[in-house]
Design a protein around this ligand. Structure first.
Ligand code: CMP
Length: 139
């Protein structure tokens, strides 16, 4: 089934000029980038986006990191896009990520892990709606 998922290229990656290299991995996997914008997240946006992690010990640092430098927010489209992008990203902790995945190739640590991807179709719709209107997504 054709799905859409939400992706963020995180500050550790934008800082190292890896947006294009990461997009190349995404496209090589057969996912289409149907919306994309470079943005500096506000504290309010980052807190809301990561609300589910509010009680976790790393929440404060996560919000601080995600707002300190630009990110690239994206919508990816393709067959089985949610699960496929999670495969392409690799494990949250790059130490556990498979060869060829984005995180294996580029991530610095569990906190600076280069990309975010939605964990379910339901969350994908919620996350996409936080950053894009329907007319900004061109499939
Ligand atoms: P992400 O997929 O964006 O979702 C939450 C983020 O919290 C995660 O990727 C990591 O970058 C970050 N994070 C920092 N520390 C941890 C941790 N111990 N466990 C899980 N996620 C963490």
């Amino acid at each position: 089934m054709t799905e859409r998922t939400f992706s963020i290229i995180k500050p550790d990656a934008t800082r190292r000029n890896l947006t294009g290299a990461i997009n190349a991995v995404i496209e090589a996997a057969g996912l289409r980038i149907v919306a994309q914008r470079r943005v500096r997240l506000t504290e309010e946006q980052a807190k809301k986006f990561y609300e589910v992690h509010a009680e976790r010990p790393f929440y404060g640092e996560l919000v601080a990191q995600m707002t300190a430098e630009p990110v690239v927010v994206q919508v990816l489209e393709g067959d089985n896009a949610v699960a496929k992008y999670r495969e392409v990203m690799g494990a949250t902790n790059p130490a556990n990520a498979d060869e060829g995945t984005i995180r294996k190739q580029f991530a610095l640590s569990i906190g600076e892990n280069s990309v975010h991807g939605s964990d379910s179709l339901e969350n994908a719709a919620i996350e996409i709606a936080q950053f894009f209107t329907d007319d900004q997504i061109v499939g």
